[in-house]
Design a protein around this ligand. Sequence first.
Ligand code: NAP
Length: 277
Amino acid sequence: MDHYGIIGYPLSHSFSPEIHNTAFEFYALQAHYSKLEIPEDQFDLLIPRLKRENWQGFNVTIPYKERIIQFLEELDPLAEQIGAVNTIKVLSNRRWIGFNTDYLGFLRPIQNHLKKIKNCLLLGAGGAAQAVGFGLLEKSEIKMLTIVNRSEDRGQKLIGKLAAHKNITCHLHALKSINTLNKTFDLIINTTSIGMGESKIPLNPVIYSHEGTIVYDLIYNPPKTEFLKLAEAAGLNIINGIPMLIGQASESFELWTGKQLPLELQSKLNEKLLFRK
Ligand code: NAP
């Protein structure tokens, strides 16, 4: 039996075990995926212990995507640039290699719209925003990126990292002075946690939209945040966090098993997770 798991804290709402165990079942693989909820004060003790056990792969989530890096023997170059790891593949000699599949998962639902996207507004500068920012830079269609964040330091750091990677026009704007941002965007992405399990919004996306704007919220619980509801009511194209969640899982699954999550299974999971609390 092969063993996989997700490392994070807390993990009560994680959908990852359901996604991966369904995929293992689909391919009749002798494998199981479990939750490894590790409190912050035990992380440095328990990770070396896991390294001595029989595991084939892991996902890593909040708050450990950066902290795990020191425990890896190898790091994929893009994960190194992003500075965050959400997937680990364990080799037969127990060497751990870190990857970032969040940025690929993020790009999947906008792949067919890229021709229309030049000018993006990115809300947030945390772990998810880093993967999203690097994902956007990978796409030559995207020419301009405006980042809005509450803490200017973190926003500035992200802009610096992105600008060092590729020559793209990047601007930073503070969330508190958002009223002075007088522009519309082709893609507006919420990567902040505002709206997760609550009805607050980071800003009203409709004010910064034109009729072709896509409004994308990384949050998947609730599946339709107030941010997305406002956009939908204004007739805008909306995307929630579920396709990204399934997309990053699918990329992790392929790294571990060499097999793809069949599209039919992905759309079944999408339907199922939409109604999950
Ligand atoms: P994080 O590293 O903690 O970053 C949180 C971001 O939200 C930061 O930019 C933070 O601003 C901002 N923020 C939080 N509370 C705020 C408030 N009250 N007012 C203003 N700004 C606030 O978290 P993360 O890992 O990036 O995750 C962010 C969200 O993305 C979560 O909802 C997570 O579930 C979602 N996510 C979804 C997927 C998916 O597959 N769909 C993948 C990854 C993450 P400061 O910098 O000022 O603190």
